[in-house]
Design a binder for this molecule. Structure first.
Ligand code: KG4
Ligand code: ZN
Length: 343
């Protein structure tokens, strides 16, 4: 039985190609976490088709929410508040979740809490690491974002570095497509790279002048594409495992060096990884090694909580809720929502 003091959040996430709902107790205890992934549908097209994503969300959202409630063994009456990702993401996809959350909250007279998707990714770390509390450094690496964040407190973020062009996950996906691995590229590169030599090909480690915490991945991506073209022109067979291992190595090195610099410069002894690319095994291993050397405690969510899910939105929403965040019935999808921005 739930205690009256418990805060039970029904969380909804539909910012990209996963329709997800979860019930989370007091921010850190996941009672249910249901994900309906559309990956198989979008794979046919080599990437997410926004219009299809929105339509599938509409079909899936009610059964996914019902399943989340059933698995948690609760009804809507037991819920303290309804939370939903309202940005950033695909506008049509976000709108499905936002409209659903507003409808449930209004019908059941429950508070509505809008959550930033990246705040959700960072908060995924709270679920399995009960000891993790701000302040800490966070590296957010997903299909759409690459951010170095100083998490000063719950709900209080300062973005210290960001990508100037492609996101890390986007670079993984584009390189995977170029070498014929298909979508989504990250997990496929991760697997194939295990059979390759990460030092076989030297790719550029692009630095951004006067911005030591910023990233640039388009140079690495172009270098991979040029390498593929030149091999084709010379009629040389490409060792795909070596190629993706070397690409991955260049990306991982850029991520690790800046994340460690952030923790050291800001005197933070904790570093959390977040987002889909945080599932990358080479990144985890390299980060683990670097953090051990520097005496920094490293945190990352288990694989299933790295990629998009609603449990992470429920974790973030709990801290927003107890800090007093409430949204009105005019809550809208904000595709370019900035972290820390209140709309
Ligand atoms: O966080 P996420 O599920 O969605 C966004 O908010 O973007 O991240 C998806 C991204 C994709 O680009 C995918 O290729 C990448 O995360 N990804 C990985 C791995 N698993 C997922 N990248 C590298 N290695 C992985 N194991
Ligand atoms: Zn995400």
């Amino acid at each position: 039985m739930e205690n009256n003091e418990d805060v039970l959040i029904l969380a909804i996430e539909s910012s990209c190609d996963e329709t997800a709902a979860a019930v989370v107790k007091n921010g850190r205890s996941v009672l249910s976490n249901v994900i309906n992934s559309q990956i198989d549908i979008h794979t046919e097209y080599g990437g997410v088709v926004p219009e299809i994503a929105s339509r599938k969300h509409i079909e899936n959202i009610n059964p996914v929410i019902q399943m989340a409630l059933d698995k948690a063994n609760v009804t809507l009456d037991d819920i303290t508040a309804v939370a939903v990702t309202y940005g950033p993401g695909l506008v049509g996809a976000l709108l499905v979740g936002v409209a659903e959350a507003k409808a449930i909250a209004w019908a059941k007279k429950k508070p509505l809490v809008g959550v930033h998707h990246i705040e959700g990714h960072i908060s995924a770390n709270y679920i399995e690491h009960k000891d993790l509390k701000p302040p800490f450094a966070a590296l957010v690496v997903s299909g759409g974002h690459t951010h170095l964040v100083h998490v000063k407190d719950y709900g209080c973020y300062e973005i210290i570095g960001r990508t100037r062009d492609d996101a890390a996950g986007e670079a993984f996906d584009k390189v995977a497509r170029a070498v014929g691995l298909g979508y989504p590229g990250g997990p496929k590169i991760d697997k194939l790279a295990k059979e390759g030599n990460p030092n076989a090909i030297e790719f550029p480690r692009a630095k951004v002048d006067d911005a030591p915490f910023d990233f640039s991945f388009s140079g690495i991506k172009s270098a991979v594409l040029n390498y593929l073209n030149s091999c084709e022109m010379k009629g040389v067979e490409v060792n795909r495992a070596d190629l993706v291992a070397s690409f991955q190595n260049a990306v991982v090195e850029a991520l690790v060096s800046r994340a460690i610099k952030l923790a050291e410069d800001m005197k933070l002894d904790k570093l959390a990884l977040a987002g889909g690319v945080a599932a990358n095994s080479a990144l985890r291993n390299a980060m683990e090694e670097a953090c051990t050397k520097k005496g920094i405690a490293l945190y990352y969510p288990s694989m299933g909580l790295c990629t998009d899910n609603a449990a992470m939105i429920g974790a973030a929403a709990y801290y927003e809720y107890i800090n007093g965040t409430r949204h009105g019935w005019d809550l809208n999808a904000v595709p370019n929502l900035k972290l820390g921005e209140r709309v």
